[in-house]
Design a protein around this ligand. Structure first.
Ligand code: 5RP
Length: 222
């Protein structure tokens, strides 16, 4: 099985958790695209979707799935999204697609976060994948200096603007031993909108696709 087939297997497994009449929180990326394709086949059974990006919204719309504004719901049972890296404690690096801020907002509202991944995303220590940080454009140089002070090497994602009109700094060279602490520390820097560490609110369930099948691993925490 190639990587895309594994991504598709993880995404299809997540459909088991979608219930009739549900409003589903939907992430962003190539793995989630397979999930959206599956939702398309269930069209009419779900009430709608809250999207974490313009790209996912367009794909959902193409299937005729009603888009629901996050501000119009008081709760969200389920959020399904991929990750760039996930560790054994289900902390993640996300934002390879640049949608980290909206992803984090939808994930914050959701009762349950299901992470869908192929096996290459599971790591023992986060940080080989550069950590995306969304930054207000006028603060870019200041934030770069602050990120360098904590040991990272920030690189501007050239030619990329987020759905919120901001820039992304991809921070190389971090070996993230304490993801919750680093997530909070980076978010304290003035001008940072948010960073791609999802540790304070990690995943609740990991659907990890391997060549021998999709493993379903629940988070150890309550
Ligand atoms: O965080 C994300 C987008 O902002 C994605 O979940 C992450 O980049 C994984 O993407 P893919 O499923 O294409 O490997």
């Amino acid at each position: 099985m190639n990587q895309d087939e594994l991504k598709k297997a993880a995404a299809r497994a997540a459909l088991d958790y979608v219930e009739d009449g549900m409003i589903v929180g939907v992430g962003t990326g190539s793995t989630v695209n397979h999930f959206i394709d599956g939702l398309g086949e269930m069209r009419g059974r779900i009430a709608g979707a809250v999207s974490s990006s313009e790209a996912s919204a367009r794909r959902l719309e193409a299937y005729g799935i009603p888009l629901v504004e996050l501000n119009d719901v008081t709760s969200l049972q389920l959020y399904v999204d991929g990750a760039d890296e996930i560790d054994g404690g289900f902390a993640m690096i996300k934002g390879g697609g640049g949608a980290l801020t909206r992803e984090k907002i939808v994930a914050a509202v959701a009762d349950r976060f299901i992470c869908i991944c192929d096996q290459s995303k599971l790591v023992s220590c986060l940080g080989a994948f550069p950590l995306p940080v969304e930054v207000i454009p006028m603060a870019r140089a200041y934030v770069e200096r602050r990120l360098a002070r904590i040991g990272g090497r920030p690189v501007l994602r050239e030619g990329f603007v987020t759905d919120n009109g901001n820039v992304i700094l991809d921070v190389h060279g971090l070996r993230i031993a304490e993801p919750q602490r680093l997530e909070a520390e980076i978010n304290q820097i003035t001008g940072v909108v948010t960073n791609g560490l999802f540790a304070l609110r990690g995943a609740d369930l990991l659907l990890l696709a391997t060549p021998s099948g999709v493993e379903r691993r629940a988070a150890a925490r309550p």
